[in-house]
Design a protein around this ligand. Structure first.
Ligand code: SAM
Length: 237
């Protein structure tokens, strides 16, 4: 099978097909659990602009709809127009959609109350976290999830895949896209370079995925109590 480096445009047509890509579906479900917990914990939703970065099929809009919250303050962004197309239904309900790089968001300095990035490992770089710091207003909140470092280290080592890539089999090809996943302390330092502070770190264990199908890529290297996804809640000082 041919292996090549690609982008999410190459994956968009089938990324949300849970039969073809069960690992992506499992990561998404684990991320939804963290997002739900955090949204339940917020005393009240931040008033003002809300931005989801790398939104794909927006989990934030799903969570808002389940809570009966309006989508009118939400801007969904993604570098891939094809991935963002999976959020068209949310546009009809009031969210705005814009193609934008995670390190170059179409928002004014200090204007964002809540910034959400679900499975943000493809753009988990210094320039992204500088952009989060620029975009958030003082006391603004950032919710970020990533596949766990414990999983990526164990799995990618086991199958001899490069540490900084995620691999997807699409038709006859193995397509690699960037994926930067760090241990807790390294991730925290990356987030806290400037005026952002990590408030909470949450590991979601494999067992939390419940009874549904768990992909071999997760069940092979992980015990049930080991983390599949890690969430970071940060605040701008
Ligand atoms: C792992 S997917 C997660 C998608 C979505 N958040 C979800 O949970 O279903 C990563 C997303 O980040 C987007 N992405 C990748 N690189 C990006 C970049 N540099 N800037 C913005 N979005 C990017 C991809 O197009 C893709 O939609």
């Amino acid at each position: 099978v041919n292996v090549r480096c690609g982008t999410y445009d190459d994956l968009a047509g089938e990324y949300y097909d849970a039969t073809l890509h069960p690992t992506a579906a499992n990561f998404r479900k684990a991320s939804a659990l963290v997002l739900d917990e955090w949204l339940d914990d917020l005393d009240r939703l931040p008033q003002g602009a809300i931005v989801e970065v790398g939104a794909g099929r927006s989990l934030l809009c799903e969570a808002f709809e389940e809570r009966g919250l309006p989508l009118g303050d939400i801007l969904l962004t993604d570098a891939s127009e094809a991935m963002l197309a999976a959020s068209q239904r949310w546009q009809q309900r009031g969210a705005r959609l814009m193609v934008a790089d995670a390190s170059d968001l179409p928002v004014a300095d200090g204007s964002v109350a809540l910034l959400v990035s679900i499975l943000g490992d493809p753009y988990n770089s210094e320039s992204f976290w500088e952009e989060v710091e620029r975009a958030l207003r003082p006391a603004g909140t950032c919710l970020f999830t990533t596949p766990s470092h414990h999983w990526s280290e164990t799995f990618r080592d086991l199958v001899h895949e490069p540490a900084e890539c995620a691999e997807f089999v699409v038709r006859e090809e193995r397509i690699r896209v960037p994926s930067y996943i760090f241990p807790h302390d390294v991730q925290q330092r990356l987030i806290e370079r400037g005026r952002l502070r990590v408030i909470q770190v949450t590991d979601v264990p494999l067992a939390a995925l419940g009874e549904g199908r768990v992909s071999d890529k997760l069940s092979m290297p992980l015990e049930r109590d080991e983390p599949v996804v890690t969430g970071y809640l940060a605040r701008r000082t």
